[in-house]
Design a protein around this ligand. Structure first.
Ligand SMILES: Nc1ncnc2c1ncn2[C@@H]1O[C@H](COP(=O)(O)OP(=O)(O)OP(=O)(O)O)[C@@H](O)[C@H]1O
Ligand SMILES: [Mg+2]
Length: 278
């Protein structure tokens, strides 16, 4: 009798704890290709999981680089991939979740099927809120949900911006870094006015920085002058280990934890955790 009672108390405290959790959803977005979106999503998420947070990565890019980067190339969960999650009406989206090798880090994978979703979603009800509908019931299971958006401002990225609390914008430190950013900022403004008024900028992240070039330094100065305190203190250097890790299907922060690239992403995770105090 007594034992039963104590057991009941334990499980009810546990469920209270679970209900109190509400993930912060961060969309990693920039319509420019090859600026480090996927590398940032993988390593930020992994570093936060290693710091003890529960993190869900969602691959929102038909290229599937995020999925292969965590060793889940062409993998499907019980319910399929993010393509099925976006196009079907499913009550419990947890059937799309896969575990990864990293404790606390889960994944909703993508493959090239997702290319079709952008077209199919056009005729579906609430086409801009499909991803939000997938994520909302999962918020109570995680501290962070990190979305890897494709290099375009199409319906998939739009779904990412509508589902997110904040956008993390990686900027490649090169001459045209700021080019096209006005389009992203304009899209964010439209999303705020019509679909997601609370959408914030998580931060602007300087990536592939090469301190040896004047150009890198100049771009970094210009970006800080423009975005001010929205720019993360952490700068991601150009680092060969960040380029190598994806071919092994292992996040760089694990593949070579001592590399400068890995250390920079751990510092970024600490900055994000420090800002949100979760
Ligand atoms: N800091 C870095 N140093 C060296 N190589 C990097 C760095 N960041 C990313 N890379 C490499 O550069 C390439 C592009 O990076 P990534 O795939 O993260 O960009 P992306 O913005 O997601 O690209 P896409 O727009 O195609 O989705 C990849 O091969 C990646 O491994
Ligand atoms: Mg990518």
């Amino acid at each position: 009798m007594t034992e039963d009672k104590s057991h009941q108390q334990d499980s009810s405290t546990e469920s209270l704890k679970v209900e109190a959790r509400r993930a912060r959803v961060i969309a990693v977005a920039n319509q420019k290709g090859g600026v480090g979106k996927t590398t940032t999503a993988i390593n930020l998420a992994t570093a936060m999981a290693l710091a003890g947070r529960r993190v869900l990565l969602i691959d929102v890019d038909p290229q599937g680089n995020l999925s292969s980067g965590v060793g889940r190339k062409n993998a499907k969960a019980e319910g399929g991939t993010i393509y099925h999650a976006l196009t079907a009406d499913v009550e419990d989206p947890s059937i799309f979740i896969l575990r990864t090798e990293v404790e606390g880090l889960d994944l909703i994978p993508a493959d090239q099927d997702l290319t079709g979703a952008e077209i199919e979603m056009v005729t579906l009800p609430e086409r801009e809120r499909r991803l939000q509908r997938v994520i909302e019931p999962l918020r109570s299971l995680y501290d962070f949900v990190v979305l890897d958006c494709p290099p375009s401002l199409g319906l998939l990225t739009l779904n990412g911006l509508v589902a997110a609390d904040a956008v993390l914008i990686p900027l490649h430190c090169e001459y045209f870094a700021l080019e096209g950013l006005a389009d992203l900022v304009g899209t964010m403004r439209r999303v705020r006015s019509a679909l997601n008024p609370a959408l914030d900028i998580e931060g602007v992240l300087l990536t592939m920085y090469d301190e040896r070039t004047n150009l890198g330094q100049q771009v970094a100065r210009d970006v800080r002058a423009f975005f001010k305190e929205k720019v993360f203190q952490t700068v991601i250097p150009r680092n060969i280990k960040l380029g190598e890790a994806p071919s092994h299907g292992i996040p760089a922060v694990l593949y070579d934890a001592k590399s400068r690239g890995a250390e920079a992403y751990v510092a970024l995770a600490n900055e994000v955790l420090g800002r949100t105090a979760v």
